[in-house]
Ligand binder design. Structure first.
Ligand SMILES: C[S@@+](CC[C@H](N)C(=O)[O-])C[C@H]1O[C@@H](n2cnc3c(N)ncnc32)[C@H](O)[C@@H]1O
Length: 603
């Protein structure tokens, strides 16, 4: 049974931009309406070229590009919504045909072949080759053999492979096609005839990927490859798709997206830990670039363009895991994306990702560049999540339940920005280095706790454990004297409740003021410590919570709790990051003073 038959493939239905599509667009999309309040944003908006317009015809996209507090992003624009006065400035969406059943939870759906998909772990050996075959058919391009060989080397670093592919697809192939170079019409180059070519990676005399080695369906194992007739005809402009993305959607080579290409004087403004992290990543990129040169895959492009590709991979690619399609049919997309690891929702950085976290064998680990989805900004409480579906060969962004409730889903409001989480455990240093921004009060931020605080905390903890034990012993001995020792059960519960009390924060100061007069709220030590204060420095008010966990006392780390305002973009984030670290260090120092005073009074 074909996994992507005519009737299963939404992209077949949506494959052509037709009058029907246009009439299905929201009214405001058709009218190109720009609210007066959003004039400034409108002026900065992109005008999408035809090829990008065409590509959206094959995607399901209930959003549009706009400018918000996080800069440019994607904003919810449901198919049936009336015109809104939000700041969304560029319609890219609404391709639903009137007779098509719409899953309301799906916000974006993009065919994998529209972007770049790499297998980085798991899956059958020929999966990568199949994906490359499909990509070539879809894009109407033929991969050079040496690039195909690198892309098929699933054990090689994902960043290296993705950057090489992105460089070729966005910078080299279109120029070759235009110059009538290596890509020949009708032979995997421009598909002027509207046929879907079915070439294999690197189809040329030297390639390891000749037609004979293309995966063939076997009776036992279902083919992962869709029949060619289910692919939409390739528009002649398709080969330029990724170059158009690069030109119109991705930041240009002279604009920094991550901190990868920070100038030396800017780097000096980073806190020490961020500088060290950045240095490590830069060294890695340098080695990847020399490898690209060695392999002849730098295509003579400038140093800046090569760094740009790694910048894009770092800040705009996804890491995802997907289940393989089963012989019974396509996998359920929800289970396909299920991943028991808390790091499963990582995005953005398959590049420098830890090789340590290998997926369970049933899941395939992927690195992807996904058009449109690459416009999603980060929020630590995201309203959207993503998944790759290998069965249906698509990438989806779905509405996600908000806050702590996993049962209720808050309705999205038209014009609301769609945000995903780039990773639940990213601290500000990682955010800054990989993505070029940071969020004040990031809950993942940690500062090493001064050793004297760790020592005091440990001493205090020991002291409390001893006194609890004494209390229990006292209780028991009194009971013995009274002749009412109680059952074993009662004795146990007394011991347990005494121990449990240790797990509660011990409030040593409530609503009091510290020596410098700005402490507010409870201070609790030693197993849970919570301190919140507001600091008035000139006109700016800061609010932070500093939390010390029992585990942190052991590990000597302290976390700073949230103030979820996004930091400004660009190099301003350097100052923000430095200020944030400074603030954390000062906070920690103040805690230390309070803590030591408290500890002294307890002795
Ligand atoms: C995947 S892209 C998102 C789209 C991007 N805003 C754009 O216009 O191309 C990631 C980049 O968006 C920006 N970004 C994402 N989330 C952000 C946030 N919460 N605050 C500030 N900038 C953010 C950063 O520049 C980051 O490198």
């Amino acid at each position: 049974m074909p996994l992507l038959g005519k009737h299963h493939n939404p992209f077949f239905i949506l494959g052509r931009k037709s009058a029907r599509h246009r009439s299905a667009q929201p009214k405001h999309a058709r009218a190109g309406r720009a609210p007066v309040a959003c004039l400034a944003a409108t002026q900065q908006a992109l005008s999408l070229p035809t090829v990008l317009e065409e590509s959206r015809g094959e995607c399901l996209l209930q959003a549009r590009i706009g400018l918000g507090e996080r800069g440019r992003g994607l904003f919810f624009a449901p198919f049936d919504a009336p015109p809104s006065d939000d700041c969304g400035t560029q319609d890219i969406m609404a391709t639903q045909t009137p007779n098509q059943q719409q899953e309301p939870a799906v916000l974006l759906r993009v065919p994998l072949s529209c972007g770049l998909t790499l297998v980085t772990g798991g899956g059958p050996q020929d999966l990568q080759r199949e994906l490359l075959c499909e990509w070539q058919s879809y894009q109407g391009l033929r991969l050079p053999s040496q690039l195909a060989a690198l892309l098929e080397a699933t054990e090689r670093p994902p960043a290296l492979r993705l950057a090489a592919w992105l460089l070729w697809a966005s910078q080299v192939a279109p120029a070759e096609v235009e110059a009538g170079g290596s890509e020949k019409e009708g032979e995997g180059g421009v598909n002027g005839g509207g046929q879907a070519p079915n070439e294999c990676p690197g189809d040329d005399a030297t390639s390891s990927g000749d037609k004979a080695s293309c995966p063939q369906p076997s009776p036992q194992q279902p083919s992962l490859r869709p029949p060619s007739q289910s692919l939409a005809p390739v528009p002649s402009s398709r080969p330029h798709l990724l170059s158009e993305y690069a030109r119109h959607i991705m930041p240009p080579p002279n604009a920094a997206a991550s901190l990868l290409r920070l100038a030396d004087d800017q780097e000096r403004r980073l806190p020490g830990d961020a500088r060290a992290a950045l240095r490590g990543v830069r060294m890695q990129v340098k080695s990847y670039i020399s490898e690209l040169r060695h392999l002849g895959l730098d295509w003579g492009l400038s140093e800046a363009t090569l760094w740009w590709a790694f910048d894009m991979v770092s800040s705009r690619s996804f890491a995802a895991r997907a289940a393989l399609p089963t012989p019974q049919g396509p996998t359920d997309p929800i289970s396909a994306s299920y991943n028991p690891s808390p790091r499963s929702n990582l995005t953005g950085n398959p590049s420098f990702a830890d090789a340590a976290s290998r997926p369970p064998s049933a899941l395939v680990k992927l690195a992807l560049y996904v058009p449109w989805a690459c416009l999603l900004n980060h929020d630590s409480s995201p309203n959207a999540s993503f998944e790759a579906d290998l069965g249906k060969r698509r990438f989806q962004v779905m509405q996600r339940s908000s806050g702590f409730s996993f049962l209720t889903t808050k309705s999205l409001v038209p014009g609301e920005e769609l945000c995903i989480s780039y990773g639940e455990d990213l601290d500000n240093v990682q955010l800054a280095v990989r993505y070029g921004f940071c969020t004040p009060g990031n809950t993942n931020d940690r500062l090493p706790m001064p050793p004297e605080l760790v020592a005091v905390a440990r001493g205090l903890r020991r002291q409390m454990l001893c006194s609890a034990a004494e209390q229990v012993a006292d209780d028991l001995s009194r009971n013995v004297v009274d002749g009412a020792e109680g059952s074993l059960q009662q004795r146990r519960s007394r011991v347990f409740s005494a121990m449990a009390s240790l797990l509660d924060p011990v409030v040593i100061s409530q609503g009091s003021r510290s020596m410098d007069g700005f402490l507010q709220g409870p201070v609790a030590f030693p197993l849970g410590a919570l301190l919140s204060w507001s600091e008035n420095a000139h006109s700016c008010t800061k609010e932070r919570e500093v939390k010390i966990h029992g585990d942190d006392l052991q590990s000597g780390l302290v976390s700073i709790l949230p103030l979820s305002v996004q930091m400004p973009l660009g190099s301003l984030c350097l100052d923000a990051l430095r200020e944030e670290r400074k603030f954390m260090a000062t906070s920690l120092h103040k805690i230390l003073q309070i803590y030591c005073n408290a500890a002294a009074s307890w002795h």
